[in-house]
Design a protein around this ligand. Structure first.
Ligand SMILES: Cc1cc2nc3c(=O)[nH]c(=O)nc-3n(C[C@H](O)[C@H](O)[C@H](O)COP(=O)(O)OP(=O)(O)OC[C@H]3O[C@@H](n4cnc5c(N)ncnc54)[C@H](O)[C@@H]3O)c2cc1C
Length: 413
């Protein structure tokens, strides 16, 4: 059987699915290629959903590929159709349309779904006065909510919550943020950045309540009332929650694949079944550096794993993986993160109060293991290279803006 006679099916027409389809064609795969997506929209990028799609709904663009791309590349794009069952032994996938497709190789790129907050069910149906944000449809439902004069209660001060807070303020809404953790963006930012972001959001008028979980939700005289465990009562017209996501593993689990907080994959994106691969938010991948499986919920990871999976399906070795990287845009700040955000020591080049600024994360032995650029994205490539080398650089050099990071990266190349 040659690569041009096999059938490849991709379930999930999001970031990883659309990128993997393109990569398969780029690598010369000429056989049947089916991309199945349960959303009605052609594959789109999610990062603009909390930013441009809300701020400039008329002009924002988020399609991953141009309109004619799928037809031009003979990618059978089936939209508004869910894969409902997978028989990994028989190598068939069943669709909600009633169709069954036989495959030789299958990629699961099913992404993640938002973690629900059942306590809010008392307030009415999702999409009316209670919202969340994962899809383009969710973003469109938010547009009338984020208007001047609206009072928005945002549950969760993670990346999505804070981006939403920033966009909501830009759009003239009054914003209250509730976070049960003691600090903002706790999962992915060091304390110094968390604290700074709180200052920035508060200066823009956001009421930020940290460290007190939500205890009750009710509707009183047409208003929504959220009560925190410490007794604080907060009122508003709408609630938006962003309290994290769960990997979408329903299909994989039912098919008997190894699933453990994500579809377990190796460095080449192979699952526990020889003909099934997985990539993106749905997958948890073996990480040599940390010696454990890791699930990453980032745009870059979806792209990298899509590429690796496509190559592995075609029998090609993976390309070298760089340090983990992601970004957020909020309050006029472009913040990019690379490497280990749990580094015990953080050193600043410049000051966060007056960006540009770069934060360097050092491990217990003084090696560079993480970096955060604030309005200084041009340093990110060099920072990633230095993190890849676990470079040991004098603290005075790292902290000195006069020391060109690109030159330092060259020294360690
Ligand atoms: C609002 C928002 C802002 C973000 N901002 C950033 C950012 O600034 N920086 C960053 O690095 N990352 C950001 N991310 C994260 C990034 O977008 C995700 O990590 C990325 O989209 C993951 O890609 P994926 O292909 O794994 O999943 P997805 O893009 O979620 O795609 C999965 C697709 O599979 C479909 N699907 C699931 N099950 C089935 C089935 N059984 N049959 C058919 N289809 C199915 C889903 O409907 C979905 O369309 C953001 C995410 C969101 C929601």
């Amino acid at each position: 059987m040659t690569a041009s006679t096999i059938v490849i099916v991709i379930v999930g027409a999001g970031q990883a699915g659309a990128l993997a389809a393109a990569e398969l064609r780029r690598q010369g795969y000429a056989g049947r290629l089916v991309l199945i997506g349960e959303e009605a929209h052609a594959p789109y990028e999610r990062p603009p959903l909390s930013k441009d799609v809300l701020l400039q709904p008329q002009t924002a663009r988020c399609a991953i590929h141009a309109e004619g791309f799928y037809a031009e590349h003979a990618i059978e794009l089936k939209l508004g159709v869910a894969a409902t069952a997978l028989d990994a032994q028989a190598r068939t996938v069943m669709l909600s349309s009633g169709e069954t497709i036989a495959f030789d190789k299958l990629l699961l790129a099913t992404g993640a779904r938002v973690r629900r907050l059942p306590m809010l069910d008392a307030l009415g149906g999702l999409g009316e006065s209670v919202h969340t944000l994962r899809t383009l449809d969710d973003a469109q439902r938010l547009l009338p909510v984020l208007q001047p004069g609206k009072r928005v209660l945002l549950v969760g001060a993670g990346v999505i919550g804070l981006e939403l807070a920033s966009s909501a303020v830009d759009l003239g809404a009054q914003v209250t943020v509730i976070e049960q953790a003691p600090r903002a963006m706790m999962r992915c930012a060091p304390p110094v950045l968390s604290a700074h972001l709180c200052v920035v959001h508060r200066a823009r008028g956001v009421a930020l309540h940290l460290g007190s979980p939500l205890a009750a939700a009710a509707r009183e005289r047409g208003e929504i009332v959220l009560t925190l465990e410490d007794g604080t009562r907060l009122t508003g017209n709408a609630v938006i929650y962003g309290i994290g996501v769960e990997p979408e593993t329903t299909l994989a689990q039912a098919a008997g694949l190894h699933v453990e907080n994500g579809i377990v994959i190796d460095a080449q994106c192979r699952t526990s079944h020889a003909h099934v691969y997985a990539a993106g938010d749905a997958a948890t991948q073996w990480d040599e550096a940390s010696g454990r499986h890791q699930r990453r919920e980032t745009w870059e990871n979806a792209n990298q794993q899509a590429q690796t999976a496509a190559r592995a399906i075609l029998g090609l070795a993976p390309e070298a993986r760089e340090a983990d990287w992601f970004w957020t845009d909020q309050c006029g700040l472009n913040i990019q993160f690379a490497g280990d955000m749990a580094a015990p020591e953080w050193l600043a080049r410049g000051t966060l109060d007056t960006p540009p600024c770069v934060l360097f994360g050092l491990d217990g032995e003084g090696a560079l293991v993480g970096a955060i650029t604030v309005n200084q994205g041009r340093d990110m490539r060099s920072a990633k290279a230095l993190i890849g080398k676990r470079a040991r650089i004098a603290r005075e050099t790292l902290a000195d803006p006069a020391q060109n990071l690109r030159n330092l990266a060259r020294e360690f190349a």
